[in-house]
Design a binder for this molecule. Structure first.
Ligand code: AP5
Ligand code: MG
Length: 213
């Protein structure tokens, strides 16, 4: 069984792109706290209404709420998961170990990249919520403008993908990431990948990390 995989990286560093590839090619299950929160917002559930403006501003949802959502949406029993966008701070990293992983074999992969180049990636991102495909108007444009190649659905420009919100998301990331990396490093569970490489190259790096384990 493949190790549980924890993807840590700045907004736009490629977590979702690699998660999609790993699901398609290696049978991983995916849990993205960002996707789960956006789906609650789309449903206009009580939780969705509570977090809508937090996501729109690029701030973090409180730890208890996100842990509850995560727990309700992953059942490790016999499956290998990708944790995409969780944890984002030390408390979440500790909670993931004690409440979800509970000693399961896991690796944290850090998407190492200079934050400045990410703004352009993010403002050019378009996503297909149903198929999960992630496009980029510059590096991975859809064949037909505004439509998903796989499902034909309309592509979405995320509300938090404007420059102001992205800068706030980046600052929050910078303020929180070091203790998370130090935590996994101290436990010997941290691997780093060069996330400025092309998406297929990053995929190969992750594949090697999984194979070694
Ligand atoms: P979330 O949805 O997780 O957003 P994020 O962490 O900001 O990350 P992104 O999804 O923006 O980037 P990504 O790394 O997935 O990049 P992608 O592969 O799409 O969270 C959103 C919000 O939810 C948060 O701000 C917060 O409010 C809340 N939230 C979520 N989790 C939470 C938690 N744990 N606690 C509290 N609050 C939480 O790629 C980006 C673009 O680059 C795409 O266009 C893609 O095509 C392109 N690209 C990807 N890889 C490459 C490459 N190698 N080369 C060139 N282009 C590439
Ligand atoms: Mg993502």
């Amino acid at each position: 069984m493949n190790p549980q995989l924890i993807l840590i990286g700045a907004p736009g560093s490629g977590k979702g792109t690699q998660a999609k590839n790993l699901i398609d090619n290696m049978g991983y299950k995916h849990v993205s706290t960002g996707d789960l929160l956006r789906s609650e917002i789309a449903k206009e559930s009580e939780l969705g209404l509570k977090v809508k403006s937090i996501l729109a501003d690029g701030n973090l949802v409180d730890n208890d709420t996100v842990l509850e959502l995560l727990n309700a949406n992953c059942e490790l029993d016999g499956f290998s998961y990708i944790f995409d966008g969780y944890p984002r701070n030390l408390e979440q990293a500790e909670a993931l170990d004690s409440h979800v992983l509970k000693g399961a074999n896991s690796i944290a992969v850090y998407f190492d990249i200079d934050l400045e180049i990410l703004i352009e990636r993010i403002v050019n991102r378009r996503t297909a919520p149903k198929s999960g495909e992630i496009y980029n108007l510059v590096t991975r444009p859809p064949k037909v403008e505004g439509k998903c190649d796989v499902s034909g659905e309309d592509l979405v420009h995320r509300k938090d993908d404007n420059e102001d919100t992205v800068r706030n998301r980046m600052n929050i990331f910078k303020d929180n990431v070091d203790p998370v990396l130090a935590y996994y490093e101290s436990l010997g569970r941290l691997k780093r990948v060069d996330a400025k490489a092309s998406a297929p190259e990053v995929y190969e790096l992750i594949e090697k990390i999984i194979d070694i384990k």
